[in-house]
Structures are given as C-alpha cells and as structure tokens.
Ligand binder design. Structure first.
Ligand SMILES: NC(=O)c1ccc[n+]([C@@H]2O[C@H](COP(=O)([O-])OP(=O)(O)OC[C@H]3O[C@@H](n4cnc5c(N)ncnc54)[C@H](O)[C@@H]3O)[C@@H](O)[C@H]2O)c1
Length: 251
C-alpha cells in the first residue's frame, strides 16, 4: 500500500492507460478521482475500483478547457481535502494525413487536448500542491522522441509534453513537487483501434517493439503507480520509456 493516504487525479481515467493507472493506484491505497470527458466510461471505472474495495469517484472534465481542469482540481481538494498526485494523461490520436494535407483546425484540435490540456493540469495541480508537495505525471509518447509519418500534430504535442515536464520540474522543485512523464510505445487501448483493421499497419506497429508485441495498459499502470510513490523519490524532470525498447532501435 505504497500510496496510502494519497489523493490522485487521473485524466482520461475512463479507458486504457488511465483506467489501468487508476485501478493500480487505488490498489496501492490512493483515493482516486477518475476524470474523463466520457462520463459513462469514467463512472464505470470509479465503480470498478469501488467493487475492488478501493476508494474512487468520477468527475467529468474536458481537459481542453482550463476552467474545467481548474474546476476539477478545486472540486477534488474541496471533497477530499488535498491533492498529492496529478496524472495528466487524457489524449487523442487525431487524423492521419500528410502534414501538407493536415487541416489547420485538426492541428489545433489535437494540440488543445494533447499539449494544452497537460499545461492546464500542471498549472492547476501545481497551485493546489504548492504548500505540501506532490507528484505530477504527464503522458508523452515515444512519438515525442521519434518521427513517424502522418502524425504531425501528435508529434508536436508529445514533444512539447517532454519539454513542459522538464521546465515544470525545474520551476516546481522549490515546492517539493516532482514532475515526470512517461513515454509509452504501442499499448492495447482504444486510441489505436483505427489501426487494427489494416493488417500491414498493425503488424508494423507491433514490430516497432523489440519483442514484437503490443503492451498492455496494466504494464503502464504499474509504472505510473511506482512513479507516483515515494519509491521514486529521486526521479524528477525526465521521461520514462514504457516501450519495450521501441525508441532504442532502427526498424
Ligand atoms: N495506446 C498507445 O499506444 C499510446 C502510446 C503512447 C502514448 N499514449 C497516450 O496515452 C494517453 C492515454 O491514451 P490511451 O492509449 O489510454 O487511449 P484511450 O483512448 O483508451 O483513453 C483515452 C481517454 O482519454 C479520454 N479523453 C479524450 N479526450 C479528453 C478530453 N478532452 N478531456 C478528458 N478526457 C479525454 C477518453 O475519453 C478516454 O477515456 C494519451 O495521452 C495517449 O496519447 C498512448
């Protein structure tokens, strides 16, 4: 029970990596606020945690809105008394077309969630944690480090998450707030549903990991719970790859 007595918010907690991380942090003793734009999925995960004997509640949020992210943090502190762990994880994949054909609105749509939503979470949570310390974990991607085709806005956002993590860690260090990010490889969640129907794309995606398999969300959730715990007390300002070596070799 490494997170006993801690309060955690997980954005995008209704599915995939967020769901697995919320479940794992609750198993480690944290009270978890499952925050998601999809109320049905978010409430289901909060119920799942409750059924396991953990403590969780669902709060709706669109992380593309600063007012909503700030409201989420304030509501959490109001109801649970504190905030110790902020997992800025909500994200979308976006349209897959060449940068030359990328609609400008689509670029802004992806950045509004995948980049700006993370900034909003850092700012709001940092203010709430200010006088007692805490941990902020952001979800980047191997695509924050290596380029692929037809994912330009996603690359822009995830690269920004890596640098926002470093800059925020430096600025929040005086308040004893650690800021780290994870960089997952291909993980078995809804975000990659669109790739599964095309055998060529799906095989190539799996082969991008050293052991040629997709990762399971639970394999990421366990890392997130570790990063949130005091066992990771000297980990700060870096990205941690959860990718079976995907970013370490030439395909
Ligand atoms: N699955 C992968 O292969 C992979 C790899 C690298 C990084 N990631 C990142 O992991 C994070 C989680 O994605 P996932 O793979 O679990 O996908 P997912 O689609 O299963 O889960 C994403 C969740 O975020 C929620 N969400 C989307 N937009 C939101 C918004 N504006 N406000 C609040 N909630 C919102 C969705 O409702 C969903 O519950 C994302 O940031 C994604 O970019 C995923």
């Amino acid at each position: 029970m490494k997170l006993d007595g801690k309060v955690a918010i997980v954005t995008g907690g209704g599915s995939g990596i967020g769901r697995a991380s919320a479940l794992e942090m609750a198993r480690q003793g944290a009270q978890v606020v499952v925050a998601d734009i999809n109320a049905e999925r978010g409430q289901a995960v909060a119920d799942e945690i409750g059924a396991e004997g953990g403590k969780a509640l669902f709060l709706p949020v669109d992380t593309a809105s600063y007012e909503q992210v700030e409201g989420l943090v304030q509501e959490t502190v109001h109801r649970l008394g504190q905030l110790d762990i902020m997992f800025n994880n909500a994200g979308i994949g976006g349209m897959q077309v060449s940068v030359l054909d990328m609609p400008v609105e689509e670029y802004h749509r992806v950045l509004s969630v995948d980049q700006h939503g993370v900034f909003y979470g850092i700012k709001a949570a940092g203010q709430a944690m200010n006088d007692r310390g805490g941990v902020i974990i952001n979800t980047a991607s191997v695509y924050g480090f290596i380029a692929d085709r037809r994912q330009f806005p996603y690359h822009a956002a995830k690269g920004a998450v890596v640098m926002m993590t470093k800059a925020a860690a430096l600025e929040l260090a005086p308040f004893n707030i650690r800021v780290v990010c994870i960089a997952p490889g291909l993980i078995n969640t809804h975000i990659v549903d669109g790739w599964r129907d095309n055998e060529k794309i799906w095989t190539a995606a799996q082969n991008a990991q050293m052991r040629r398999r997709i990762g399971e969300p639970e394999e990421v959730g366990k890392v997130v719970a570790f990063l949130a715990s005091d066992d990771a007390s000297f980990l700060n300002g870096h990205a941690y790859f959860v990718d079976d070596g995907a970013a370490s070799f030439k395909r």
